[in-house]
Ligand binder design. Structure first.
Ligand SMILES: [Zn+2]
Length: 367
């Protein structure tokens, strides 16, 4: 059976491999992959940034955003039957108390694995098998965008956490600032517009870019930060009750914090592996937090519950803004053999992709 794998640590190593057919055990589900979304994590793994093969293997099958059809279920499986459409969570629990209670996105000791990322093969293959508990139903109404449930679930977690944290007080947020118009920034914008907030997305895409158009489609405001700074936007609108950061550029956190209202909350999504340094006045930083009851928190990964609520949110988006989610998929690659169109196999190809405008999401379809 065909799959696309990388050699972790090597640059642009994505290649086709032949792997064994998976077999289904009593509490497992065997699925046939229909489509796989490719994101920044996949690209960073292919660039040798991180990624770890399963024990005893020297390659890692890529892919963690799947949309698949159930082929066969084990004798103990109750929630799925052949023909159902599903997606699957990414992280697999380790032994800590949070992992053992299904909160593997809140793992205490890092002793988890992740399909397609860390210690387990991913979904960029023809078929895969996993335990029933990690699958989530995808309704027919989302058949064209089922591979987006995983990235939407990451945004859902951040938004839910912000609201859960704010249960510390009486809080009626009105205005949100979102830094970055990649998929996580956009999904946050959709989720917050669905909650009725005024949304300002700030990023470095052109004002007539697809990203800006999607923000406008949901009734949000888009600002090209090459023309107007976060400070300028924040001061002109009167600051933000809640801020989501998803740019990958950490110095912005401190600029955005100054635009966060009293009692406000800021959620950080970006993974930053550089060595950026910034000189800050730590007394002022301290006072911003203390005097305003402000809170900055990080959010990573998502669990089964977030996936289920991502499905509900996506159904809501589809009713309210028809075609919105479909427009996120800007590149459709058909056939595993053509994977290199979605996953760069050279530095030049990666560079060309980075510079391409109006490219949000690549999806590899099995046929
Ligand atoms: Zn754990």
């Amino acid at each position: 059976m065909k799959a696309v794998a990388v050699k972790p640590g090597k640059t642009y190593s994505a290649h086709l491999v032949d792997i064994d057919e998976p077999k289904v055990a009593a509490h497992e589900v065997l699925v046939e992959v229909e489509a796989i979304g490719i994101d920044g994590t996949d690209r960073e793994i292919n660039q040798g940034g991180y990624g770890k093969p399963p024990k005893g293997d020297d390659v890692l099958v890529m892919g963690h955003e799947s949309y698949a059809r159930v082929l066969e279920v084990g004798a103990g499986v109750r929630r799925f039957k052949p023909g159902d459409h599903v997606t699957a969570t990414v992280r697999r629990p380790g032994g800590c108390v949070n992992c053992r209670h299904g909160a593997y996105d809140m793992c205490l000791d890092g002793d988890y694995t992740e399909r397609g990322i860390n210690g387990r093969h991913g979904y960029l293959t023809e078929r895969y098998v996993d335990s029933e508990e990690f699958f989530v139903h995808v309704p027919d109404s989302l058949k064209d965008v089922g591979m987006l449930v995983e990235p939407v679930s990451v945004a859902v977690k951040g938004v839910e956490q912000a609201w859960a944290i704010q249960n510390r007080m009486w809080w009626q947020p009105h205005r949100a600032g979102i830094l970055g118009a990649g998929q996580i920034g956009l999904f946050c914008a959709f989720l917050l517009r669905a909650r009725g907030l005024e949304v300002h997305v700030m990023s470095q895409e052109d004002p007539d870019s697809l990203e800006a158009q999607l923000v406008k489609q949901v009734g949000g405001q888009y600002v090209d930060t090459r023309q107007r700074s976060i400070t300028d936007v924040g001061e002109s609108v009167g600051g933000f009750d809640v801020v989501f950061e998803a740019t990958g550029y950490s110095p912005l956190i401190f600029e955005a914090l100054k635009q966060l209202h009293t009692n406000g909350v800021m959620c950080l999504f970006s993974v930053t592996d550089g060595e950026r340094k910034l000189e800050i006045n730590s007394d002022i930083f301290n006072n911003q937090l203390v005097f305003g009851n402000r809170l900055v928190f990080g959010s990573v990964n998502s669990n089964h519950g977030h996936f289920e609520r991502a499905v509900t949110s996506m159904e809501q988006f589809s009713l309210r803004w028809p075609g919105l989610l479909d427009s996120i998929i800007t590149q459709k690659v058909h056939g595993l053999d053509n994977f290199d169109q979605a996953v760069a196999t050279s530095k030049d190809a990666a560079e060309a992709r980075r510079k391409a405008k109006n490219q949000i999401k690549s999806v590899v379809y099995m046929s």
